[in-house]
Design a protein around this ligand. Structure first.
Ligand code: F0G
Length: 480
């Protein structure tokens, strides 16, 4: 929430209080260095006990509300036909204003089902921007991902409030030539890989019109919709008078299919797909019992489903969905003032460091964003996530795709961190920026073929990590 302070400085103010806490551990520098080696310089392979502040992701780790936790206790358990499922179904359909719901165990499970039904070999899937798991499912089936992002999408420093917009001219032009080879258009809310950047309702209206003209299904990835809803309300003049629910309904009505990761959207776990097009629903439905679980749980536990239902209702509360973007704004603006290169304007999901500017001398093929993640973990116990070349895949000839942007994402799971923890992160990142010349690259020890960033093993290309440790000891002493 934004409340005015006497001195006029911007301080995000929490509209919740903390009633259950988890003790954190601040591992020693020696242990961090050892843990980094054991994890093969891959942030996904670190153990939680070795981490101080886990800023890897907001997926499945947002703090739940008292209402969510209490709903979990009343869950009705049954393989088929639980009361919990029907409560969830009603909530989801009311939320999105749609007729049919299919449950799935998480976002990528929805992507799997959608890809199986809609992707044709050699055909195009058009997007405002891709996401790792979405693209992997499409390319696995021989589909081709085409992106028509806005002209500012890849400019890390920008004032454009809607960098997630789709380029409508390019979309129109492409469809006028390739309509028969296009499977669908996908809009991703709170565009993850370019720094949690939203699109405007106006842009979605434009995309919808073009899709209608060419009779192409419009699919919405609503995983990060809460942030996008907040930004539309905050930044889009024509929507300032609308409630979050009204904006949501306008968005939903423009889309033929909506899917989401409930690990993000409703501060819970799970996922789902909604539509009002009966034919689409009928195509997808048989795949749920085949891959996920019976139609009334789709791989989720009943507790998760209860938490999801309450979490979705809470997503309509602006005080709740503003917490993430406001904390992120605080972190982004603090670093920006210190001259540290960050993605602007502040988006949703987390604070994103612009690694091409942070480490201009580390080549993309040496994975600078993962190297920076390793460096930050080493000097602070903070875990971030690489969003750059390492997160891309090699093509069929083994050639490495270089990412458009190299980002280190420091996710701020909602309601999890305090402002003093964010200030600590800012302080250590600033220190690292002063010592950026010490940071080198990484090289593969073991490189998996698909989604390699999840479990590949790397090592530093030189002794730069030892030099960084020495510098930290020199500046902060042994009791850093
Ligand atoms: N779509 C978007 C936009 C996402 O951000 C994610 C997950 C998914 C789909 C897949 O959902 O994880 O439930 O299977 N993003 C996580 C992240 C992994 O850390 O950003 P999932």
């Amino acid at each position: 929430m934004k409340i005015k302070t006497f001195k006029g400085s911007f301080t995000p103010l929490e509209l919740h209080k903390v009633r259950i806490v988890q003790k954190l551990n601040y591992p020693t520098l020696e242990r961090r260095a050892e843990a980094l080696r054991e994890a093969g310089n891959n942030m996904f392979l670190l153990k939680n006990d070795d981490i101080f502040l886990d800023m890897l992701t907001d997926s499945g780790v947002n703090a739940m509300s008292d209402n969510q936790v209490s709903a979990m206790l009343r869950a009705d358990d049954s393989y088929a036909g639980s009361a919990t499922y029907f409560r969830l179904e009603k909530t989801v359909l009311d939320f999105f204003n749609k007729d049919y719901f299919l449950p799935a165990h998480q976002g990528r499970a929805c992507e799997h089902i959608l890809a199986k039904v809609f992707v044709n070999k050699g055909h195009y899937s058009i997007m405002n921007y891709h996401f790792t798991t979405t693209k992997a499912h499409i390319t696995e089936l021989g589909g081709i991902v085409v992106q028509f992002y806005s002209k500012d999408a890849l400019k890390t420093k920008s004032n454009n409030p809607f960098k997630g917009n789709m380029d409508l001219e390019k979309l129109e032009d492409f469809l006028s030539k390739n309509r028969d080879l296009t499977d669908f258009v996908r809009m991703e809310a709170g565009t993850n890989l370019i720094g949690g950047q939203p699109w405007s309702l106006e842009n979605l209206v434009g995309v919808h019109k073009i899709c209608r003209n060419y009779n192409i299904p419009l699919i919405l990835d609503a995983s990060l919709l809460a942030d996008n809803l907040y930004f539309i309300k905050e930044r889009e003049e024509a929507c300032k008078h609308l409630s979050i629910k009204q904006i949501l309904t306008r968005i939903s009505d423009l889309c033929d299919i909506i899917y989401f990761s409930a690990r993000k959207l409703s501060f819970s776990r799970g996922g789902g797909i909604v539509t009002s097009v009966k034919e689409f629903h009928e195509f997808m439905k048989p795949l749920v019992p085949l891959y996920e679980g019976f139609l009334t749980y789709g791989g989720m536990s009943v507790r998760e489903m209860e938490a999801m239902a309450v979490g979705l209702e809470e997503t309509l509360d602006e005080d709740i969905i503003s917490q993430g973007p406001l904390f992120i704004k605080y972190m982004v603006e603090s670093l920006d003032k210190l001259g540290v290169p960050v993605v602007t304007p502040a988006g949703g999901l987390g604070c994103h460091l612009d690694v091409k500017k942070f480490l201009p001398d580390v080549d993309s093929h040496s994975y600078p964003a993962e190297a920076l993640a390793c460096a930050l973990y080493l000097i602070s116990g903070i875990r971030g996530m690489e969003r750059g070349t390492l997160s891309e895949q090699r093509d069929e000839n083994g050639v490495e795709e270089v990412s458009d942007v190299e980002l280190l994402r420091l996710a701020l799971p909602r309601r999890v961190f305090t402002l003093s923890q964010v200030k600590f992160a800012v302080d250590r990142i600033y220190w690292l920026y002063q010592h950026k010349n010490l940071i080198g690259g990484l090289k593969w020890v073991e490189e998996p073929k698909v989604l390699r960033f999840f479990y590949g093993i790397l090592e530093p290309s030189s002794n730069w990590q030892e030099l960084l440790i020495e510098a930290l000891r020199k500046d902060l002493g042994t009791e850093e």
